[in-house]
Each structure stands twice: as structure tokens, then as C-alpha cells.
Design a protein around this ligand. Structure first.
Ligand SMILES: [Zn+2]
Length: 392
């Protein structure tokens, strides 16, 4: 397949008009050419480093807490397929699920094997404490709970159990959360010894560790113990920002979800709205300062189909540029090549030898980030195959 004479932004910089050829699933050649398509460009498919594939994928809103209780597991997994394919058609061709299990591993395999069209998937399994953020999405009386781990030895065992299941990485919680029931975002999750055991064991088994942290203390202990990314990172003081910048630790700011919850744009319990409102009131100023200090922000939305949709990723990138004061090129890199590097996948670039994940768009998003809009999508190529629109 080929695209001739189209302006390319390659994942790091603009390259002018090129002739681009690929065969599923490999970019073959890329050479300078005469411009043939005025106003169109091609960029790499986006990489969202923080999603939750399993959530209600129907258009009508449903209750986030009760949907998993009234929907069979089999049906939930099919909603996960729908979410993944929806993201792909909206130009997001790589997704990292940050609370996955055998179901997301199955989706990864089915998409990789070409049984169903779907994006590239990475799956992290949750390691969280009893009464931690991850343990509080179900009401206390509900018997069917996901595993928790307490004490360094149980933490190591849960990491090993995920590795045996074919999981790619670990998600640890080091502070309370917003949508978890009955905790505070400033609750401590895990002692330093437990976090150290998780990071040590995961790294020994070749897995990256993503840390959910809102509170200053939760971010600090996670970064000091060597996690590979910070998720949310909301109350990031200037001295923490300097440490994160020096270590080049990626941070997924999940801007739209916390704003939507704080402003009551989506149905949430009053408790969650109050927690988000308190966080968001402080967040944007801290984040702008952190970006100025050189913190490495990457695209991570927390999309789950309830509070942020699969397909909202372009809007998240535009909002990142606004809140973080990034220029258009930096915001695009944060959503492509740098996000790919953050999750350790060879994607997010248009380069001979790499896989063919491409978005053809109207506009010049590396000059005007607002051109990164779903309405401007002309075509999406995932794993070398056309999955949305038509090639020009
Ligand atoms: Zn999340």
C-alpha cells in the first residue's frame, strides 16, 4: 500500500512531502516527493499509556459502580473489544491497559494474531493493598474481589502470579484515589518496603512498573523507589517535579477525566466529585510549573468509557498543550514517540522497518495543535490495514 506526495510528521519532526510505502505490517520506504495532497498530512497513530478497556462501551451513560456487578464477565470482555476498536478508528493505535488481567491478555493475543482487527495492547496487572485504591471499586460486602497483596512477600507473589499469566507489566497504587469508594486521595497505599519489593520483583521479571499516585507523599515514595512511570501525579510540588525531571520519569496527567469528574460532567457519586474538585483546584498551576521544570508528560487518559471515552484522546492532547504550555510539536511527541518510549514499545514513529500505524489528517497539527481533531481524520491505518476512512 502507498501514500504519495503527502506531508509527513514522523513522530518527532516534520519531514515535508514524501512517498510512503508499506506492506502489512511494515513500513518499507519513505522518500522526499512533490506535494500532491494540499492540506493533508500523515502522522503516526497515537499511543495512550493509561486506559481501562473493560467498561460500558454503549453510547448511553451507565453507572460506573454497578455496571460491573450487573454485567457478566463474558459481556464485559466484548465491551473491551468494542472500546479497543473504537480507539483504533479514532487514530489511537496502541493502548496500555493499567488494570488488566487474563481478559486483556486475551484481547492482546487475538489482535496480535489478526483474528480480530484491533490496536496494539500492553497489559499491566494491579498490585494493591487491602483497602487500597484498587480494592475499593467494589462495595465492601461484595464477595468477588480482585486479588490484593499485603507485606513484601505477598507483593512479590502477586507480581509473580501476573508474570505467569502473561501480563506485560505491573500497576502499583501508592496513594488513594478519586473513584475508589470510601478512601481519601491522600491515604497512604503501601509502605516503602512493600513498594521496594514490587519494583524489585517486577524489574527482575522484565516488567515495567506504573504507579498510581495523587498525593505528594505517594508520588515521592514511588519515584524514590524507582517506578517507571507516575500515573496522575496530581499534587506534584516543585521539588518533586525537579526530581522527576532529573530522572526523566514519564508522567501521565489524565487531565480530562479529573476535570470531568470535578465539574460533574459525568455521573459520579458526590464523594468522588468532591475529591476530584479538591485535586483539580490545585493541579493545573502545579502541572504548568512542573512542565516548565522539564517534567516528561506523556499521553495517558484513563479512558474507561464511563468518564472519558475511547476517542477523546485527541482532545486530551489539545488540553495538555493548553494546561502544560507545550508547543504543538512537543504535545504531539508526548502522544506518539515519547509515549511509545515510556511503555517500551517500538511504535509512535513513521520509519522504515517499523509497523504501519498511520493517521491521515486535514491540517498541520505540529503547527496548530487544534488541527488534531477527530473531525479532521481522513483515514486510519492500523497494523498496515485501513480501519477507518479512505486513503487519499
Ligand atoms: Zn486508571
Amino acid at each position: 500500500m502507498r501514500l504519495d506526495g503527502i506531508a509527513l510528521w514522523d513522530g518527532t519532526e516534520p519531514r515535508g512531502p514524501v512517498d510512503l510505502t508499506w506492506e502489512p505490517d511494515r513500513i518499507l520506504d519513505l522518500r522526499p516527493a512533490e506535494q500532491r495532497h494540499d492540506g493533508l498530512c500523515v502522522i503516526p497513530g497515537l499511543v495512550d499509556t493509561h486506559v481501562h478497556l473493560i467498561g460500558d462501551a454503549r453510547d448511553r451513560p451507565s453507572d460506573f459502580t454497578t455496571w460491573p456487578l450487573v454485567t457478566t464477565r463474558d459481556e464485559q470482555v466484548l465491551h473491551g473489544v468494542a472500546h479497543a476498536q473504537r480507539a483504533m478508528r479514532h487514530g489511537v493505535t496502541t493502548l496500555r491497559d493499567l488494570a488488566g488481567d487474563e481478559a486483556q491478555v486475551a484481547l492482546r493475543r487475538v489482535f496480535d494474531e489478526g483474528l480480530l482487527p484491533g490496536p496494539r495492547i500492553r497489559v499491566h496487572g494491579m498490585v494493591g493493598m487491602t483497602a487500597g485504591h484498587g480494592d475499593l471499586f467494589l462495595p465492601p460486602a461484595h464477595p468477588l474481589r480482585k486479588p490484593t497483596a499485603d507485606g513484601p512477600d505477598e507483593c512479590r507473589k502477586l507480581v509473580r502470579t501476573w508474570a505467569r499469566a502473561g501480563i506485560d507489566g505491573i500497576k502499583i497504587t501508592t496513594s488513594g484515589g478519586v473513584l475508589s469508594i470510601g478512601d481519601g486521595h491522600d491515604w497512604r497505599n503501601y509502605t516503602r518496603e512493600e513498594i521496594r519489593a514490587v519494583v524489585d520483583e517486577a524489574h527482575a521479571l522484565g516488567m515495567l512498573v506504573a504507579a498510581h499516585a495523587h498525593s505528594e507523599g505517594g508520588i515521592r515514595v514511588a519515584v524514590e523507589e524507582g517506578v517507571d512511570s507516575i500515573e496522575h501525579g496530581t499534587l506534584m510540588s516543585a521539588d518533586l517535579a525537579e526530581t522527576l525531571a532529573a530522572r526523566h520519569t514519564p508522567v501521565a496527567p489524565t487531565l480530562l477525566i479529573n476535570k470531568a469528574v470535578a465539574e460533574g460532567q459525568v455521573p459520579v457519586p458526590p464523594e468522588a466529585r468532591a475529591k476530584a474538585a479538591e485535586l483539580v483546584a490545585k493541579r493545573d498551576l502545579l502541572f504548568a510549573e512542573a512542565a516548565r521544570l522539564g517534567v516528561r508528560f506523556v499521553l495517558g487518559t484513563d479512558a474507561n468509557g464511563h468518564h472519558v471515552q475511547f476517542g477523546d484522546q485527541f482532545a486530551e492532547v489539545v488540553h495538555m498543550a493548553e494546561v502544560l504550555g507545550m508547543d504543538a510539536g512537543a504535545a504531539l511527541r508526548a502522544a506518539t514517540s515519547d509515549a511509545a518510549d515510556a511503555i517500551g514499545m517500538p511504535v509512535g514513529r513513521v520509519e522504515p522497518g517499523l509497523g504501519a500505524d498511520l493517521v491521515v489528517l486535514r491540517g498541520r497539527p505540529w503547527e496548530r495543535i487544534e488541527d488534531l481533531a477527530v473531525a479532521n481524520i481522513v483515514a486510519v491505518v492500523s497494523r498496515g490495514r485501513l480501519v477507518a476512512g479512505r486513503l487519499p
